[in-house]
Structure formats: C-alpha cells, structure tokens
Design a binder for this molecule. Structure first.
Ligand SMILES: CC(C)(COP(=O)(O)OP(=O)(O)OC[C@H]1O[C@@H](n2cnc3c(N)ncnc32)[C@H](O)[C@@H]1OP(=O)(O)O)[C@@H](O)C(=O)NCCC(=O)NCCS
Length: 323
C-alpha cells in the first residue's frame, strides 16, 4: 500500500514581532485580556516586500533542504491560503515560479484555518491515487492585511507566517505501524458562513474586504467539531488517544486547544502549543507548529501525530500520521 510520508518540513515568519503591549497602543485592549482569553503573547506581522508567496517560498525552500530535494524532484505544489498575493493566479504557481519549477502542477486550496488539513488530504489522495510521487504542501498567510485594525475583537487574534512539508510516496504494509498519512477526515457546513468571513471579494464588492467574526459563536462550536473529527480519525484507524505521541492542533486559542485535549483525554504535555508566539496564522499554524516541535526534537521519526483544525465556513478536519 502506498503511503504519503513526511520527508521534509520548514517554516518562515516575518521579521517583525508585534507584542500585546504594542496592541494596547492601537486599540482599547490589554496584555492581560489577550493572554487570559486566548493565550496569545505576540504575533509576527509581514512588512514591506513580505507577502504570502514570499513567506511560502522561504518555508518551501527550508522543507526541500530538510528533505535533501530540489523543486526538480516535485510533481505537485499545493498551497493552502485565504490571503493570496493576487485574486488569481494561485499563490501556488507564484511559488512554483519562484522555486524555478516549470513542470508538474500547482494550485491553491481555500478552507481558511482548516486549509492545511484539506491540502494534506488532497496531496495524500494524489499520492495514493498514483497522480504524484512528491507533493510540496504549504500553508501560508498574511492575515494582517485583511484585518480591521480598529476592531479589537479580531485584530489581536491573528498573525502572519508560512510552513511547509514535503510528502513522498513510500510503500507501506497497510497497518498503523506504517509511516505516513494514516487517515484524513474532512467536514464543512456552509450554514455557518456568516460567523467567520471576509466582507469583500471579487464577485461581490470588488474589494478585498476585512475579516469579520462572531467570536463567541465560533468558540461555541469549536470544541465539539474538533473532537468529532478526532474521534473519526481514531475510529477509522482503530487507534485511541493513548496511542498518540503528539497532538498538533490549529493554533487559534489556548482555551479551545486545552478544552479539546481535555475532552479527548489527551494530556497537555503531548500537545504542541505555539499560539503564544505566533497568534492565529490560519492555514499556516499547523505547519508552523510542526516545524517548531520537529526542529526542537519533540516529534521524532515513528511518532504518531494527530493534526486538527476548525475555521471559517465552517470547515474542520483532522489528519492522523506517523512521522
Ligand atoms: C474572541 C474571543 C477570544 C473573545 O472572548 P470571549 O470570552 O468570548 O469574550 P466576549 O466576546 O464575550 O467579550 C467579552 C468582553 O470583552 C470585550 N473585548 C473583546 N475583545 C477585546 C479585546 N481585544 N480587549 C479587551 N476587551 C475585549 C468585549 O467587548 C466584551 O465586553 P462587554 O462584556 O463589555 O461587551 C473568543 O470568543 C474566542 O476565542 N473565540 C474563538 C475565536 C477563534 O478562535 N476564531 C478563529 C477560529 S479559526
């Protein structure tokens, strides 16, 4: 059986760090409120010349280096983003060109904060279906550029960055002892689209628009949706919370992360948390967190790792993989 195995990983963050005390100068908020409600202490904000494509390119180069590969070795690039450099073409083709790759295929997927989960699931389907042997999967965002910087209920929550992994086809035995993606569970329900959205777009206002969110409504649904797709991943593979080495959740809010882990009986010392450092970087948050925990030696080859996310749409999903 063909498995999609992580061969390399990398990340890139804008140079500029913005602390909560700097937020206090912009809107009526406090470090104490932000930390207590969200766990966020700082975020990176893209400066002049830093874009979703430039951050994605840097993350891609780091992941290719780690894999010992070049763009010539890739078949497909998939970028998860809701903040593309342009309405079209896809940020993926922009990054493809920046990497000097002129073969294969590159395209974006748009599932907001669940984008990286959707992109990994898509890459895994391409690899298992024999359409590609190596897929570069990138989550890259510059949410700072769609925030309403006068709205304290949203602007304190988000940050910019990019992360990437290289997935490669390898032969497995078909058991959960295999390295690679073991299952992906995807869900969406557009009935919730007004709870977290951007109030502009090419076909409606002709503008880019700003992020709007009913935070309390999102919070209300988050833990239930996350635990649903995690339990589905356990059911699909015959694994349990006890088998997990690491939970690498989407980094939106410390209270959502802790609440989901508690509900599933996953000890907090098995949960990778980077929301304090990065804020919510939407589709970039999981690969950024993977990069931190794999670089500092926490995630090791052979570890069972569960990824999960929930976001605008609503969309939600999980990926269980052996690193
Ligand atoms: C946004 C969020 C942190 C707000 O926390 P909360 O406990 O729900 O807070 P509420 O929205 O009930 O607001 C409580 C009070 O804090 C105020 N407040 C909101 N933002 C504030 C800020 N940045 N600083 C200070 N006060 C703030 C509100 O105005 C409200 O004041 P009021 O009681 O006088 O009306 C929380 O709802 C949340 O995390 N939601 C999920 C968001 C998320 O993760 N989205 C991304 C999903 S991908």
């Amino acid at each position: 059986m063909i498995r999609s195995v992580v061969r390399g990983f990398g990340a890139s963050l804008p140079k500029r760090v913005m602390t909560n005390s700097e937020m206090e100068e912009k809107v009526d908020t406090s470090d104490e409120w932000i930390v207590q409600r969200t766990g966020i202490r700082q975020r990176h904000i893209a400066g002049e010349g830093e874009t979703t494509a430039s951050l994605g390119e840097a993350a891609a180069r780091a992941a290719l280096d780690k894999a010992g590969l070049t763009a010539a070795d890739l078949d497909v690039i998939i970028v998860a983003t809701s903040t593309p450099d342009n309405t079209f073409p896809a940020t993926a083709v922009n990054i493809q060109n920046r990497l000097g790759m002129h073969h294969g295929a590159a395209f974006d997927v748009q599932a907001v904060c669940s984008g990286f989960i959707y992109a990994v699931a898509t890459a895994d389907a391409y690899i298992r279906g024999g359409l590609a042997r190596r897929v570069l999967v990138i989550g890259a965002e510059t949410f700072s550029r769609i925030l309403d910087w006068n709205d304290r209920t949203t602007c304190v929550l988000f940050g910019d960055g990019a992360g990437a992994i290289v997935l490669e086809a390898q032969e497995g035995s078909g058991t959960t002892a295999d390295r690679g993606v073991l299952t992906a569970q995807l869900r969406s329900d557009g009935a919730h689209k007004e709870k977290l959205y951007v109030d502009g777009g090419p076909s409606t206002t002709g503008t880019v628009g700003h992020l709007r969110m009913e935070g309390r409504e999102v919070f209300k649904h988050a833990v239930g949706m996350i635990t649903d797709v995690i339990e589905a991943a356990f059911d699909a593979t015959g694994t349990t919370a006890e088998d997990l080495d690491w939970l690498v959740p989407h980094q939106a809010n410390r209270r959502i992360i802790d609440g989901s882990a508690r509900k599933l009986g996953i000890p907090l010392d098995k949960v990778v948390v980077t929301v304090d450092l990065h804020g919510n970087t939407s589709a970039a948050s999981i690969p950024l967190a993977l990069n931190v925990a794999a670089s500092d030696g926490r995630i090791k080859e052979g570890d069972l790792v569960l990824l999960e996310a929930m976001g605008g749409g609503f969309t939600w999903g999980s990926v269980l993989l052996r690193w």
